[in-house]
Design a binder for this molecule. Structure first.
Ligand SMILES: [Zn+2]
Ligand SMILES: [Zn+2]
Length: 749
């Protein structure tokens, strides 16, 4: 931290200035004690009332769209991990506003999903009631942190006004043939007679009753994300994501160029067709390793080779069959040795046009888009015996979730909605005959696949968002979120955005220009925080005890932003003391005449530069440490020019918005500090100002600061115009003034 800068190098200069400064400064002002409880709530209310964080849709200013993953409002309340991510983007947003941007920094609730439904089942309460309670808690918690969200655009995926559009987009997928039904195996608990999400299967057993989970074929709605596999893969080159995120997405899509080759009736897939002369067996995907008893002909060597089944071949990769080339593939070699299969070390390389045809294969599968659950968006179609699948027309959207009293699944593991005849039975919208409403709901990924679009135009009742607003706000300039979402959520939302782009309903092909991820916050001692271990830190407690500004600073200071880091209660004291020191420094401010406008200039300009750069690099911890160095330097001064202190507050404002606003106002700030202009460094390597020693009648009396390029005459005039020097002259003209350029001014009275 701050290795380039060593305050000791310039410290030697200060005492002289001090003595002189002291003569000028007079006494310090008395300041009250720093008390965040007194000021934070007051400023939060004031900011909300004055609407200073509200984004404007028709602004002439350049726009900036900063996004964080909207939280799932669980019953556990806000986690300190949320605070880390949200504070980081809050800092970026606040800096952008001060740089003159029209900033959109929105928030909402990703509120459908299993935990709430399960909690509802346990307590016999309605999920919408529980969700309301939880979002109220979350909202209050987020507000207590002083985050600069535009609360006027708050959205909730469980609000029918919102999910009307989630359903509408689904109907577009259906219309374009990208939503379809297919029989696929799902996790099935034979005792509860219910389909389970992957996260409800614990070591192959049902999370609720412990029964071993089976696979059961069921009809599911699917979304054809594979149609977009190439674009989802290739367009990663057009966005600014961390490399590891790009690699994860590419691996998930799993594109490989290869060749299909027929070994009699078995078609294999290989990315190394040139090795076919070395193929001594064929392996097809199976549950265990065994010889099938069959032989097929290797089309290159014309030899009969055995067909095996093996676990190591994936049924959903390629054709589910490969050729075994032990000399060229490690796993084939292990397999060949284990079962004593022939190994050919030397063989001729093939030109593959002779034996197969080129294909591109993907690991990516179409997205299973239905859940046999309650707390999700109803899939807006009806089934008619005569007409088949009939989409619910736009004017009848949303298909609202009815209230249910019981959450037992339907007789064949259907959604609880299947037990509500008033919901299920409906006349066909085409022929008027009896029909049944679809009872599956969407997965909890649905609402989050397009929420960033809705923020751009959250109240629009005619469209999910107008093209005009989308053109202004999109792309998201910077999106921060957890590493756990860098595959599915990012991929799904990129897919939806591209699909809507193809329909000319959104303005950019990629939704996010830049993506970053924060590291997890672990419990003290380095374990994962979990309710069962009782080691979860509640941000409310910290805010109450230390203040929101301290919590924010601490979470940004605790370590490099991308890295996982353990919580430490003891370490909270450091940021708190720093803020107390800043508070006290305000008592040393003084309006000063020009030559003194730049006390501790070196450290000051360095701080402006470093904090500005570090925020862009998400190096929040080093930015804060530079602010601490600067405050230490200021603390050594007997007084601080008001303008300099104000600039210091501006640099600190994105990190600690309350204390800086309070001090800014105490120092006569008219508008909010958060609307003020971000400071710029006055110089970088060449000081604009230099120190000149002042001697009066041969005695050293201190230093003055003058412009580096000041002429002798200017130095003389500056010195003689200072009232403090006039005092020494007693109203008389000096007898003699000698200026040694850039060093000394000597005055004889
Ligand atoms: Zn079960
Ligand atoms: Zn019909």
């Amino acid at each position: 931290m701050a290795k380039e800068y060593d305050p000791k190098n310039i410290e030697g200069k200060w005492p002289a200035r001090h003595r002189y400064a002291q003569a000028l400064a007079g006494g310090q002002k008395e300041v009250d004690e720093y008390n965040p409880q007194k000021i934070e709530k007051r400023w939060q209310d004031h900011w909300e009332k004055s609407g200073i964080y509200q984004a404007e849709d028709d602004s002439k200013k350049p726009k900036y769209y900063a996004l964080v993953e909207f939280p799932y409002p669980s019953g556990d309340g806000l986690h300190v991990g949320h605070v880390r991510s949200y504070t980081a983007m809050d800092i970026v947003s606040r800096k952008r506003r001060m740089e003159g941007f029209n900033v959109l920094y929105p928030i909402g609730w990703d509120a459908f999903g299993l935990p709430t439904e399960n909690y509802a089942i346990k307590t016999g309460r309605q999920p919408r009631e529980i969700t309301k309670e939880n979002t109220d808690t979350f909202r209050q918690q987020l507000k207590s942190l002083g985050l600069s969200f535009d609360w006027s655009r708050e959205i909730n995926t469980t609000d029918p006004k919102y999910y009307k559009w989630t359903q509408w987009i689904f109907l577009k997928f259906l219309e374009k043939g990208l939503a379809y039904k297919a029989k696929i195996p799902i996790n099935w608990c034979p005792k509860d007679k219910i389909g389970l999400a992957n996260e409800e299967v614990v070591d192959g057993h049902c999370e609720r009753c412990g029964t071993p989970v089976e696979q059961k074929e069921k009809e599911q709605w699917m979304l054809a994300i594979t149609k977009y596999a190439d674009r989802l893969y290739d367009d990663l080159d057009t966005v600014d994501y961390p490399n590891r995120v790009k690699i994860q997405q590419k691996n998930w899509i799993g594109r490989s160029e290869g060749v299909l080759i027929k070994f009699d009736d078995i078609e294999i897939f290989t990315t190394r067709p040139d090795t076919i002369f070395g193929a001594t067996f064929v392996v097809i995907a199976g549950k265990e390793d065994k010889f099938t008893g069959r032989f097929v002909t290797n089309p290159a060597t014309k030899e009969k080779i055995p067909v095996w089944e093996a676990e190591y071949v994936m049924s959903d990769y390629g054709t589910g069959a490969i050729m075994g080339v032990p000399a060229d593939d490690e796993r084939d070699m292990v397999f060949a040795k284990k079962y004593d299969l022939p190994i050919v070390g030397e063989y001729k390389k093939a030109g593959f046009e002779d034996f197969g045809r080129k294909v591109t294969k993907y690991k990516l599968r179409d997205w299973v888009f239905s859940r046999q659950r309650y707390w999700g968006e109803p899939i807006p179609v009806i089934h008619c015996g005569k007409c088949g699948v009939v989409p619910v027309p736009e004017k009848d959207l949303p298909v609202e979730l009815p209230k249910v009293e019981k959450y037992e699944p339907g007789p064949d593991g259907e959604s609880p909605l299947a037990n509500i005849p008033e919901f299920v039975n409906t006349p066909c919208l085409r022929c008027g005959g009896p029909a049944r409403r679809e009872t599956d709901v969407m997965p909890n990924w649905a609402g989050s696949s397009w929420y960033f679009l809705r923020y751009c135009d959250h109240e629009n009742e005619k469209e999910f968002a107008s093209m005009q607003n989308l053109k202004y706000w999109m792309q998201v300039d910077w999106y921060n979120g957890g590493m756990e979402h860098t595959v599915l959520h990012l991929l799904y939302s990129r897919f939806w955005n591209k699909f809507l782009y193809d329909l000319k309903l959104v303005s950019t092909s990629e939704p996010y220009k830049k993506r970053t991820s924060h590291g997890l916050i672990l419990a003290e001692g380095g374990e994962k925080m979990s309710k069962s271990k009782g080691n979860v830190v509640n941000p409310d407690t910290i805010v109450k005890q230390f203040g929101a500004d301290t919590l924010r600073l601490y979470e940004m200071f605790m370590g490099p932003f991308e890295q996982a880091i353990a919580w430490s209660e003891d370490a909270l004291v450091g940021p708190r003391r720093f803020l107390e020191r800043v508070w006290k420094l305000s008592g040393k401010t003084k309006e000063l005449f020009t030559p003194y406008a730049m006390i501790c200039q070196d450290v000051f300009e360095k701080t402006v530069e470093k904090v500005s750069d570090d925020i862009e690099k998400m190096a929040f911890n080093t930015a804060i440490s530079q602010l601490m160095i600067c405050s230490n330097a200021l603390a050594k001064e007997d007084f601080i020019p008001t303008n300099d202190f104000k600039r210091f507050l501006q640099l600190l404002a994105p990190f600690a918005p309350h204390i800086t606003e309070e001090l800014w106002q105490l120092m006569g700030g008219k508008d909010s500090i958060h609307n003020s202009k971000w400071p710029k460094a006055n110089w970088v390597s060449n000081p604009m100002f230099i120190d000149i020693s002042v001697q009066i009648n041969g005695k050293y009396r201190g230093v003055i600061m003058v412009k580096n390029i000041a002429t002798e005459e200017e130095v003389k005039n500056t010195a003689l115009s200072l009232p403090e020097i006039q005092k020494w002259l007693n109203g008389k003209e000096p007898k003699k003034v000698i200026v040694v350029p850039r060093k000394i001014i000597s005055i004889v009275t």
